[in-house]
Design a protein around this ligand. Structure first.
Ligand SMILES: Nc1ncnc2c1ncn2[C@@H]1O[C@H](COP(=O)(O)OP(=O)(O)OP(=O)(O)O)[C@@H](O)[C@H]1O
Ligand SMILES: [Mg+2]
Length: 134
């Protein structure tokens, strides 16, 4: 039997900017299973990134639920959300989203260092093994 890993119930997201409301997600019911590969497709500006931000706890939905491994992540405090993002989600952003005052090496190393609790030396070796350090 497939194991559910992530579920949304009536997930909705409305952005408000300069007094203008943009209703992006209406009422999304989604079920994702462990080990599955799922693609979210839709036209330009249809809300794919918005959905991924809500699923991963990077942004909060306006209403509805995101349940990850049986827990409603809306009830997580910032520290739990940070842990969730560091331990359970890998995210390749559409834009670069690099931290501007860090070097390329540091941008790559810092998440791995935080996630695995590796020492600086171990982190350096891992980054270099992946040949990312220039
Ligand atoms: N922070 C924001 N404030 C206001 N409106 C926003 C914000 N982020 C996105 N939007 C609007 O929400 C809608 C959905 O944006 P989103 O980036 O989720 O779409 P997308 O499907 O990922 O688009 P693309 O195909 O370009 O990647 C768009 O109309 C966008 O302009
Ligand atoms: Mg997008």
């Amino acid at each position: 039997m497939q194991e559910t890993i992530l579920t949304t119930r009536r997930l909705a997201k409305t952005y408000v900017a300069d007094g203008v409301q943009t209703h992006v997600l209406g009422s999304v019911d989604l079920e994702l299973y462990r080990g599955d590969f799922t693609a979210i497709m839709g036209p330009l500006g249809s809300g794919k990134s918005t959905l991924l931000y809500c699923l991963s706890g990077m942004d909060a939905p306006t209403s509805g639920q995101v349940v990850f491994e049986g827990e409603n992540i809306a009830q997580f405090n910032e520290s739990r959300l940070s842990e969730l993002r560091a331990q359970s989600f890998g995210f390749v952003f559409q834009a670069a989203n690099l931290v501007s005052n860090l070097t390329l090496y540091e941008n790559v190393a810092v998440p791995g260092y935080l996630k695995r609790g590796r020492s600086v030396g171990e982190t350096r070796r891992v980054v270099e093994v992946w040949n990312i350090c220039i």
